[in-house]
Design a protein around this ligand. Structure first.
Ligand SMILES: NC(=O)c1ccc[n+]([C@@H]2O[C@H](COP(=O)([O-])OP(=O)(O)OC[C@H]3O[C@@H](n4cnc5c(N)ncnc54)[C@H](O)[C@@H]3O)[C@@H](O)[C@H]2O)c1
Length: 305
């Protein structure tokens, strides 16, 4: 599925000529003018917010989403209609958007998105590996499929997403890569062994790639949000985990439980608050920040590290 594109960002030939150089600085220029960002899991939630935020700073956008459910995930995932809605929101900022259905577990599907993105825009400067799932189970009750799906999407999916775009970034000697981990990747978390393992894994992957690309114009960082106000957090399955004593817990019921998990006593963050950290890491002038983990965590780890 490709969305309609605006002409706001210039011709394909112009874009192809830019290579890895920073766009010319003109008065009123925005930080990401001339840049192109590829974001996974962007039908809704944080991915949508990142797409709109980076577009608002001047970038053209490539988005993908699975737009289908996964049997072991206890809530519905994004839809094709939501993916198209994200594309419309990006276009409303005046930037172009290429939107495609792709599963981050699928190497060929990701290669197709990157190829279509390069064909459309000529280059890709930014990669935000955001797509993810969650679920919960006591360690001893985790079955093989639930474990495998989690690792395949939340860890291997990040690897495959970055690998799909890395050769192009290496060739241009420019790249800003951000992987979305979680505060679950900074500590243990009962009932979430598979999610925690995947999110810790993302940080190891990020740090290693940052070392391999540090002298090649490419930065690689992780963002670790605390609870964020998205469908991943707000669904009946998650509510029941936090309020097992209630038959049908509501948003109001779970709010104090979520709030108790951080120092600020705030139940959840807005997706836009995570986008600010992503935007910072995607800017040209964040070139000195690589291999880092930025926690947007309401102080939840302040007493730990
Ligand atoms: N919501 C939170 O509290 C929270 C906290 C910390 C970290 N995170 C992480 O933030 C990221 C974004 O999550 P969100 O909160 O926006 O959740 P969300 O469920 O609202 O959005 C995730 C999107 O990823 C898509 N997706 C899932 N599997 C995919 C796959 N295999 N291929 C392509 N797309 C796929 C979904 O369809 C959905 O549109 C995830 O990596 C998540 O683990 C979320």
């Amino acid at each position: 599925m490709g969305s309609k594109r605006s002409d706001a960002s210039g011709s394909k030939a112009e874009k192809k000529g830019k290579r890895g150089k920073a766009p010319k600085s003109v008065s009123g220029a925005r930080p990401l003018d001339g840049r192109v960002a590829f974001i996974t899991g962007a039908a809704r939630g944080q991915g949508r917010s990142h797409a709109v935020a980076l577009a608002s700073e001047g970038a053209d956008i490539i988005i993908c989403d699975i737009a289908a459910d996964i049997d072991t995930v206890p809530y519905p995932l994004g839809t094709d209609a939501e993916l198209r809605e994200t594309a419309s929101l990006v276009e409303a900022t005046g930037r172009s958007c290429l939107a495609m259905v792709a599963d981050v577990r699928d190497t060929e599907a990701l290669a197709a998105v990157v190829a279509a993105g390069l064909d459309t825009f000529g280059h890709i400067d930014i990669c935000v590996a955001n797509a993810g799932i969650t679920g919960f189970s006591k360690f001893q009750d985790l079955d093989d499929q639930t474990w495998q799906d989690m690792i395949d999407v939340d860890l291997t999916g990040v690897f495959k997403t970055i690998r799909a775009v890395l050769p192009h970034m290496l060739e241009r000697r420019y790249g800003r890569i951000v992987a979305v981990s979680s505060m679950a990747g900074r500590m243990g978390n009962p009932n979430l062994a598979h999610y925690v393992a995947a999110k810790w894994g993302v940080i190891g992957l990020v740090k290693t790639l940052a070392m391999e690309t540090a002298n090649k114009g490419i930065t690689v960082n992780a963002v670790c949000p605390a609870a964020v106000d998205t469908p991943m957090l707000h669904n009946p399955a998650m509510y029941s985990l936090f309020c097992p004593e209630l038959a049908e817990p509501t948003r109001d019921d779970v709010a104090p439980r979520y709030a108790s998990m951080n120092r600020m006593g705030v139940p959840w963050l807005a997706p836009e608050e995570i986008s600010r950290a992503v935007s910072f890491l995607c800017a040209d002038d964040a070139r000195a920040t690589t291999g880092q983990v930025i926690e947007v965590s309401l102080g939840s780890s302040a007493g730990q590290h």
